[in-house]
Write a protein that binds this ligand. Structure first.
Ligand SMILES: [Zn+2]
Length: 444
């Protein structure tokens, strides 16, 4: 490790972290401009130039690069600065005040993912201050709009400014936090994510007067279709990222938890086992990892009380596993609903899979095993989407690595988008050093 006065660096990092949490970057409206300005100013003070581009009002994207002369092999640190809404009245401490209580820093964005913006910022600052000679460019992308679909953030950058963010390796969310499984410490590192298909599904029928009900009612047909869809799960798709993840989890957990975990991957038995696993949070995630899913999130039909509409529609938020396709999903939904339905694709993006046998993944593994001896590193698949999907289109390999060491009474998934989002300061400091060490080892 390089010689760094970590006490001073941690104090400095905490100050920036508090400052970033105090900007209310709730999306919508997703105004991250003041937060971006703050980061640009800190970088500027260190003599690191940055480019700030506004994709839409308030949706600013900052890119800064420490150059080693080969932009196409760069490592990019990508952190979105926008956050999801917080219902302040349901929090124990205000979500945009950056307050510290009992060793925790509180605030919306504490783990999703302003901590990573600070890791990135401090990493560039330290590399510059220490005069580290780089063999790979190190890029910081502090961006907008991840929480609302990435339209004015990573997607926009990748489509309009690929040269600015040219590179090959990216570190972003979701991964690097401690999961306590069967008494073992596990660090999932995201290397795959499910694809998104937002579908509008419509049934049609015969219009008429509400005073004379008939059998060809579009609303009734849609209701029937939905209850059939809810009654059965869509197909399981065996795929490498998920099978590998579950096998690695089983190895980490050891006996006896390893037994049901291994059975999950067995066709026919898997769903039965899933229903009997303790802990509903875990069951939900595992179910979503093992199946394509179609979740109704919006309904529309009818204009007037006494008119039978000729159409009724539902919005389905579908997520498909690596190996699945849009066509397959649609045919499967058709089979499940047993009604004549029309589909309209609102938005779709393919599942993403990155190789996990790479020099960067090896460095992550190595550094984690040094920083937390005895831990288990598990290449993982995420059920949600991240900016990694946008960068994939311009050739990036992205891993979810925004490290935080968490005590065993703190469950990451409950902090993520939940009330009382907070981060243990000790775990943040551990994460900062771990992160810097990975970047340094990979790029210096
Ligand atoms: Zn996030």
């Amino acid at each position: 490790m390089v010689e760094v006065d970590w006490n001073a660096v941690e104090a400095e990092a905490l100050e920036h972290f508090q400052a970033l949490l105090r900007f209310d970057t709730t999306n919508p409206p997703g105004d991250v401009a003041p937060a971006t300005r703050y980061i640009a100013e800190i970088l500027g003070r260190e003599g690191i130039p940055s480019t700030v581009l506004e994709a839409a009002p308030g949706r600013t994207n900052l890119v800064a690069r420490l150059s080693a002369g080969n932009p196409f092999d760069a490592l990019m640190i990508s952190a979105h600065l926008d956050v999801v809404a917080a219902e302040a009245e349901r929090w124990a401490h205000p979500p945009f005040a950056g307050e510290i209580h009992d060793g925790y820093l509180w605030g919306r964005g504490a783990v999703d993912m302003k901590h990573m913006a600070v890791y990135g910022l401090m990493t560039l600052v330290l590399l510059r201050r220490l005069g580290v000679e780089l063999r790979r460019d190190v890029v910081l992308a502090a961006i907008a709009d991840e929480e609302a679909g990435m339209e004015y953030g990573s997607k926009w950058l990748a489509a309009n400014h690929p040269g600015l963010i040219a590179g090959r390796w990216c570190l972003s969310e979701v991964g690097g936090f401690t999961l306590h499984v069967g008494g073992q410490r596990v660090y999932p590192i995201q290397r795959a994510e499910k694809g998104i298909v937002w579908l509008k599904m419509t049934t049609t029928g015969t219009p008429g007067h509400g005073s004379m009900p008939h059998r060809d009612n579009a609303v009734v047909k849609l209701s029937r279709a939905l209850s059939r869809l809810a009654a059965r799960s869509l197909k399981r798709h065996r795929n490498l990222p998920v099978q590998g993840m579950i096998a690695a989890l089983a190895r980490a957990a050891g006996f006896p938890l390893s037994v049901p975990l291994r059975l999950l991957s067995v066709p026919l038995v898997g769903d039965w086992v899933l229903d009997r696993l303790p802990g509903s949070d875990l069951t939900q995630v595992l179910f979503a990892l093992l199946h394509d899913t179609a979740c109704p999130t919006g309904l529309a039909a009818g204009q007037k009380e006494n008119v039978i509409p000729s159409e009724a529609s539902v919005v389905l938020d579908c997520r498909i596993l690596p190996g699945s396709s849009l066509a397959e999903l649609q045919s499967e939904i058709r089979q499940a609903v047993r009604e004549d339905v029309k589909f309209e694709v609102i938005q779709a993006s393919d599942p993403v899979v990155h190789e996990d046998d790479t020099p960067l993944f090896h460095v992550i593994r190595q550094v984690l095993s040094e920083r937390d001896p005895g831990c288990h590193v598990v290449p993982s698949c995420s059920v949600g989407y991240t900016d990694g999907a946008s960068y994939r289109k311009i050739g990036y390999t992205t891993y979810g690595f925004a490290p935080i060491r968490l005590p065993d009474d703190l469950v990451f998934s409950q902090l993520y988008h939940g009330h009382d989002e907070r981060i243990p300061i000790e775990g943040f400091n551990w994460g900062l050093r771990t992160f810097f060490e990975v970047v340094h080892r990979f790029c210096a």
